[in-house]
Structure formats: structure tokens, C-alpha cells
Design a protein around this ligand. Structure first.
Ligand code: ATP
Length: 268
């Protein structure tokens, strides 16, 4: 299930061109461009209300822009036949904020859900695939029978990640993956994501406010400000940009602490 990232390192899996988004007279994105390369981990940051979640929702075809193009795997996500859109959707996995598990379903049934929705797999294959995904995120058969309400915050995130990985996606969308976790659990989840990314080779697009998560995982960071992506580059390069949002976000007290803490592990 490893995706061949070495073979096509520069291929764009997402291309966003000249995007305009507005809710009534409130313009959120204008002339926004962004490319995401196959195999990279790209973090999306920006002030509150800058349109990060909306952009993520547009990439997975839950929201529509006023104009512009959003292509995933070279295909426009808006428009086309329902069959083509369904086929495209099966190639990505999504982990929303707070896990968004179905509370009435067991852990096992939450993870099996995307596999069942295919309506093509027999139950024994669904079982094997669901248990494999749970093992990937460090959960076992005893956890499979639990309900979401029996789980710790860290376990909810792991189950949500297992479900996002159910269809062996090439592309993973993460909305605030470590929000609400204490520092130890957050570090453990970041390590898990790093390991899985190394093993499985998927591309990640992540919205995060958490600087430790951002520094530990990002190959590139896209900064959303003034309704567009003002810079998309490795974090060291982003830090050199003289923009009030960037200076406040990265170089405030919190940002300097995160950089200092992560400097030894990044240079290792
Ligand atoms: N369905 C909607 N109807 C009207 N306005 C909306 C809708 N969705 C988003 N908005 C507005 O669009 C702007 C961008 O929202 P969005 O949630 O994408 O921002 P964000 O960068 O993710 O913010 P945060 O960091 O606070 O989560 C906000 O001003 C929000 O109020």
C-alpha cells in the first residue's frame, strides 16, 4: 500500500488557480493560488477567519468557490459526473476537528464505515482491512469494541485517523489534528503521523494553529493572508518574510519557544 513518491516527486496533486470565494458581500479568497506536491506535508496557516477551513472544504468538494479552479489529481473537483466525483473522493481521506466519530457506532464500525460504503467488499475483507487500520494507529482488538464515549482524546484522534486511512488514500486532509490534546499526547500523535507518512507515502494537507505540530511535520507552509496565499515555502523561508501575520504567529513568544524546543530534533 505504499505510494510511489520517488517516481514522480514534483507532480502536483492539488492545483488551485485564481480562486475567489465570497459569502454575500464578504470576500474570503481572491486571486488565490496554491499547488501541493505529491508526497509532501503542507500546513495551511492564517488568522482566524482567513478562510483555511473553507479552502480545505473546497478541496474536498464540500464547498464551491465563486470562481477559479480546484484540481485534485489533475481533475476539477467541482462538476463532472457523480460517478467521477465519487471515484475522486475515494482517493482521499479526511480527519476533521475533534474526530467527528459516530457516537452510536463502535470503534470498529466507525473504521469499517467507508469500506462498507463501497458496497463491493465482503465482510471478511472489511474486517481484515479495518483491523489492519486500527493496528496501524496503535489500537488493538479490545479497543475495536469500545464506543467513542469510552475513549480518551488521544484515542479518538487515532480512531479518526484509522477511519481516514480506511480506503488507503493517496491524500490526507487534517483539520487541527492535535487540537485539544495535552503536550505528551500531541507529541505522540505527531510521531504517529510522521511514521505513517514515511511508511505509506501519502500527501498531507493540514490546517493547524499548533506551532509544535507545524514545525515537526511540515515540508512547506502556506500562509493565508489578505485573501490569498502570500507565501508557500519551507518554514525557514517563511520566517524571513516581513509580514505582520507571519511575525506575530511565528516570532511571538510561543513561536520562539516551539522553534527552540524543536531545533535539536530537526537538525538530528
Ligand atoms: N457557510 C458560510 N456562510 C457564511 N460565512 C461563512 C461560511 N463559512 C465560512 N464563512 C465565513 O468565511 C470566513 C472564513 O471562515 P473559515 O472558517 O474558513 O476561516 P478559518 O481561517 O478556518 O478560521 P478559524 O481559524 O477561526 O477556524 C469567516 O469570516 C466565516 O465567518
Amino acid at each position: 500500500m505504499t505510494h510511489a513518491i520517488e517516481a514522480r516527486p514534483q507532480e502536483d496533486v492539488i492545483q488551485i488557480e485564481d480562486l475567489r470565494t465570497a459569502f454575500g458581500s464578504h470576500v474570503v479568497h481572491e486571486k488565490l493560488n496554491l499547488n501541493v506536491k505529491r508526497g509532501e506535508i503542507l500546513s495551511l496557516v492564517g488568522g482566524s477567519g482567513s478562510g483555511k477551513t473553507t479552502l480545505l472544504r473546497q478541496m474536498i468538494a464540500l464547498d464551491r468557490p465563486v470562481s477559479g479552479v480546484v484540481k485534485v489529481f489533475g481533475q476539477p473537483v467541482h462538476g463532472g459526473s457523480p460517478g467521477r466525483r465519487r471515484a475522486l473522493r475515494r482517493r482521499w481521506g479526511v480527519m476533521f476537528q475533534a474526530g467527528a466519530l459516530f457516537s452510536a457506532l463502535s470503534v470498529y464500525d466507525n473504521v469499517a464505515l467507508p469500506l462498507r460504503e463501497l458496497r463491493t467488499l465482503p465482510e471478511d475483507l472489511i474486517h481484515d482491512a479495518a483491523m489492519t487500520r486500527l493496528a496501524l494507529v496503535g489500537l488493538d482488538a479490545r479497543d475495536a469494541a469500545k464506543r467513542p464515549s469510552d475513549l480518551s482524546g488521544g484515542m479518538v484522534k487515532r480512531v479518526a485517523l484509522a477511519r481516514a486511512l480506511a480506503l488507503d488514500p493517496e491524500l490526507l486532509f487534517l483539520d487541527e489534528p492535535t487540537a485539544g490534546l495535552d503536550p505528551d499526547r500531541s507529541d505522540a500523535f505527531v510521531e504517529l503521523l510522521k511514521d505513517l507518512h514515511r511508511q505509506l507515502g501519502f500527501t498531507v494537507i493540514m490546517v493547524t494553529h499548533d506551532l509544535d505540530t507545524l514545525f515537526a511535520l511540515s515540508d512547506r507552509v502556506a500562509v493565508l493572508a489578505e485573501r490569498r496565499v502570500i507565501v508557500c515555502a519551507p518554514v525557514a523561508q517563511v520566517l524571513t518574510v516581513d509580514h505582520p501575520f507571519i511575525q506575530g504567529f511565528f516570532l511571538g513568544e510561543r513561536g520562539q519557544r516551539a522553534q527552540a524546543e524543536l531545533a535539536p530534533s530537526r537538525s538530528a
